[in-house]
Structures are given as structure tokens and as C-alpha cells.
Design a protein around this ligand. Structure first.
Ligand code: AMP
Ligand code: ZN
Length: 465
């Protein structure tokens, strides 16, 4: 098995600490808003990774946190807690915000066939673990108290730069950009482990600690939850590429200082989804959510299909044109599979295609090759039953519902959008703007909605091909 390991900046052979078993940690969402489809691309890649490993026969223990405290707007030690920003925005408690957006996140994951990890743990449920770790870090001289807060002393940890591959001058630029100057720190790279002297008022979530009432920094959450549930030796830690610095850099420093040995061997970073203006964000441009795509007539699995056609490590630019093509190809593919007869299975051919699929997984999770293999299977000179049986196996990893019959339901929002479009087209026709009328018809057709003009008016039907 090969994976791109950020620690060594190359694709390398993956060898777990214990043969056949994988301990995998994936940074979870900060539940202060809906997830955008960029965030969800990361979880789709991690889902494929977990399922791919299982397909190869590994036992995978996977843990994910839910960040419901401590993640500041600046990603470092600057700005307000994102949960507080949401509390003010929506006039609800942090707990209510966290519960609501956690549920929304898992609803989106379900629509995208992203499996919920076995262990999902809230940051606020593990404060004892952070206190235990921070106490030891202070005892061992890796952390210090200053102006009421506890900071990690990055000068005490020799390998601080190993993950980001940047030197202190480069990081200085990042620090200046991302992190407010804090005169309580010995070095600008030092980061907060525990705050009792918050820079912002009304931090709603606070706990007693040996250093006073306060709240944990963001980075200690992931180290604490990972070590608590997966032990001292981790095989894979994942997150999107923006987590390399400061989040994962700081996680490594505090975890290895606490444990006294190397913590995790493989750091896998997922490429960003950008929109045409650059980085996708929740605060600017169109806030692209799964629900928005559904309202526009897209099947969430068309988006999954679109993601799987790219290499997880690379960035991907989202456009509606690319999603249109993905949806068309996806429906066409499903349609072909739905016509396969369920006759005899040729086990030899099936096994040879399973081997090819395993090779694609082992090739640094080559999802576009996995998809190509589905098309190869359909072209193969064998029985329909064999094709169906192979694709059914592939779908354990791809999770595109390739062999599942669609129930073709239209939800209320989509129905409303279609009816509005029909009205708009009627208006265009009345004004003799036939090119606009045709454009509306074509736009809907791409999304699998075919307009039918009758004497009584226009109706529609859903098509898959
Ligand atoms: P957050 O909920 O903000 O903590 O982000 C959840 C996950 O999504 C993190 O691993 C982020 O690094 C990742 N992420 C944020 N923006 C993007 C993006 N545009 N594309 C892919 N992943 C992203
Ligand atoms: Zn994390």
C-alpha cells in the first residue's frame, strides 16, 4: 500500500505499527456552521481511505473529534472562538449550536454515503484528558504559565518544523499573517494549551483546572482525543492541507513531548476544493452546501462521483459545468448497471477484477482508476451476473449506490425550483425569447429533469439517461 506522507513529502510504502491493523485519526468539523462541499470533499476522501483499507483486509480503528470549543477564528491563538461567533449570530447557546450543526454534518455525510467513524467524540467531553496532558507538559518543562494562560514552549521541541518543512523564517511569515502578537508568549510560535485569561469576553464554556477556570486550546483537543481512544502509537492522521500548520504541527509537538516518542508515522493531507475565485469559504461567495446542490437538482452522489474522479492530494476547482458532466456520467453509468441481468457469475473473472481494484487502492488510493475499472468491467466479455457481482464489490469502497435501484423522489424544494423554472420558461416563450426558453429546458435536462409540453401545460419527468 502506498500513500502520500506529508512527513517525508512523497508517496511511500505504508507499514502499520501492528500488522493488519490500522489506527486512524481524522480531524472532525468545527460545528459552528453548515459544512460546505469543500469540507465534505475531505470527509469523502477519508471515507474512501477507511473503506479502501478494509477492502484490503485491514482492521481499521478510526476516531474523529467534533470541535465544539476552542477553535479560534484565526486557526492559531487569534480571534474569537468560532462557537461564540455562532452563538451571537443565532442567539443560541454553544451547546445548542453544536448539537444542531453536528446533526446537519452527519445528515450531509449520510447523503454522500460517508460512513460515520466508530468513535466520534466531542472536544468538550474530554477536558480531563487535556488537563492530564498539560500538567505533564508543564512538569517536564515543555509548557509554561504566563499571564494566566498555559503555552507550549516550541523552543523545547527540536523537531517543530518537521511536518511543515518550513524553517523558522518561513513560519515567521505565517505567524505574522495568522497569529496576533501575544506578549505573554516567549516565542511567537508558542501556542496556547489552556486559557484562563481570555482575550475575548463571555467565553461560555469554561472548566476548572489547576491553572484556574478556563478552556482548552484547539490543538490539544485532537492530541488528547487521539491518544485517549487510539493509544500512544497512531498509524495515520488526516486532515485537509490547511491543517499542516499550525494545527498538525502543534499536535505533533505536544503529543510527542507528552509521550516521549514518535507518535504518528503517516500524515495524509487532503487537497482543497476551490471555487473559481479561490479558496472556498463559508463567509464569502455562494455558500455551497449539499442542500443547496439538492435544491438545484443535483444528486449528492454526483458530487461524490465528481470528487472520486480526482486525486485526493491535489486541489480541485468546483464549477457547475464539472458537476453537470459528473451527474450526466453518473446517471448514465447507473442506468447501464441497472440493465444487467442477474445471471451466472464467473468467479475467475470476478477475482481478477477484484485484484485490479485492490491494486488501484494500493496505488495511493487511485480513485479515478477505480472508476475507470467500473467502465472496464461493463465492457468485459463476460456474463451480466459477473459484471454486477464485481461492481457490487467495488461499491463497498466507492459507495456510489451503483447497484441500488433509485426511488426517484423529488423533495419539496426541488419541486418548487422546477415549477419556478417552468413559469420562467413560459414567460420567455410569451415574450418570444425562445433561446432563453430552450436554455431553461436544457439546464433542467442536464440535471435529469425532462420537461414535457402538453396542451394542458408543461409537466416534467425524471430521467436517468
Ligand atoms: P472546519 O469545520 O472549519 O474545522 O473544517 C473541517 C475540515 O475541512 C478541516 O479538515 C479543514 O481543513 C477542511 N477544509 C476547510 N476548507 C476546505 C476546502 N475548501 N476544501 C477541502 N477541505 C477543507
Ligand atoms: Zn485536529
Amino acid at each position: 500500500m502506498k500513500l502520500f506522507n506529508t512527513l517525508n513529502k512523497k508517496v511511500e510504502e505504508f507499514i502499520p505499527n501492528v500488522e493488519g491493523q490500522i489506527k486512524m485519526y481524522t480531524c472532525g468539523p468545527t460545528v459552528y456552521h453548515y459544512a460546505h462541499i469543500g469540507n465534505l470533499r475531505t470527509y469523502i476522501s477519508e471515507d474512501i481511505m477507511e473503506k479502501g483499507f478494509k477492502f484490503l483486509g485491514y482492521k481499521v480503528d478510526r476516531v474523529m473529534n467534533i470541535t465544539d470549543v476552542g477553535h479560534l477564528v484565526g486557526d492559531g491563538d487569534s480571534g474569537e472562538d468560532k462557537m461564540l461567533v455562532a452563538s451571537k449570530r443565532e442567539k443560541k447557546s454553544s451547546k445548542e449550536i453544536a448539537e444542531y450543526y453536528t446533526n446537519c454534518f452527519f445528515d450531509d455525510c449520510k447523503k454522500l454515503n460517508v460512513r460515520k467513524p466508530d468513535v466520534v467524540s466531542n472536544a468538550t467531553d474530554n477536558v480531563d484528558m487535556y488537563i492530564k496532558m498539560i500538567s505533564k507538559l508543564i512538569e517536564d518543562g515543555y509548557a509554561y504559565l504566563s499571564n494566566g494562560n498555559v503555552y507550549f514552549d516550541t523552543n523545547k521541541y527540536a523537531d517543530y518544523y518537521k511536518l511543515s518543512g518550513r524553517n523558522s523564517d518561513d513560519l515567521m511569515v505565517a505567524v505574522r499573517e495568522d497569529i496576533e502578537e501575544d506578549s505573554a508568549k516567549k516565542s511567537p510560535f508558542d501556542f496556547g494549551l489552556w486559557f484562563t485569561n481570555s482575550k475575548f469576553n463571555n467565553q461560555e464554556l469554561q472548566w476548572d483546572s489547576p491553572w484556574g477556570r478556563g478552556y482548552p486550546g484547539w490543538h490539544i483537543e485532537c492530541s488528547g482525543i487521539s491518544i485517549k481512544y487510539l493509544g500512544e502509537y497512531l498509524d495515520i492522521h488526516c486532515g485537509a492541507e490547511d491543517a499542516i500548520f499550525p494545527h498538525h504541527t502543534n499536535e505533533i509537538a505536544q503529543s510527542e513531548a507528552y509521550l516521549g516518542h514518535k507518535w504518528c508515522n503517516y500524515w495524509v493531507h487532503l487537497g482543497f476544493l476551490n471555487d473559481e475565485t479561490g479558496k472556498m469559504s463559508k463567509s464569502s461567495g455562494e455558500f455551497l452546501t449539499v442542500s443547496l446542490l439538492e435544491k438545484k437538482g443535483y444528486n449528492p452522489l454526483s458530487y461524490r462521483y465528481m470528487c472520486l474522479n480526482s486525486y485526493y492530494h491535489n486541489q480541485l476547482t468546483f464549477t457547475y459545468d464539472i458537476l453537470d458532466s459528473a451527474q450526466k456520467a453518473y446517471y448514465k453509468l447507473k442506468n447501464k448497471i441497472s440493465k444487467l441481468a442477474h445471471d451466472k457469475v464467473d468467479e475467475d473473472i470476478k477475482n481478477s477484477y477484484i485484484d485490479k481494484f485492490k491494486a488501484a487502492i494500493e496505488d495511493d488510493l487511485n480513485t479515478s482508476n477505480m472508476i475507470t475499472l467500473v467502465y472496464d468491467v461493463l465492457k468485459e466479455d463476460t456474463t451480466d451476473g459477473t459484471k454486477f457481482a464485481i461492481i457490487e464489490e467495488y461499491d463497498k469502497v466507492l459507495s456510489l449506490d451503483l447497484t441500488k435501484e433509485d426511488t426517484q423522489e423529488v423533495d419539496e424544494d426541488l419541486e418548487k425550483t422546477i415549477l419556478e423554472k417552468i413559469e420562467e420558461r413560459k414567460e420567455a416563450k410569451k415574450n418570444k425569447d425562445f433561446s432563453k426558453a430552450d436554455a431553461i429546458r436544457d439546464e433542467l435536462l442536464v440535471k435529469g429533469i425532462k420537461l414535457i409540453d402538453t396542451r394542458e401545460g408543461t409537466t416534467y419527468e425524471l430521467v436517468k439517461d
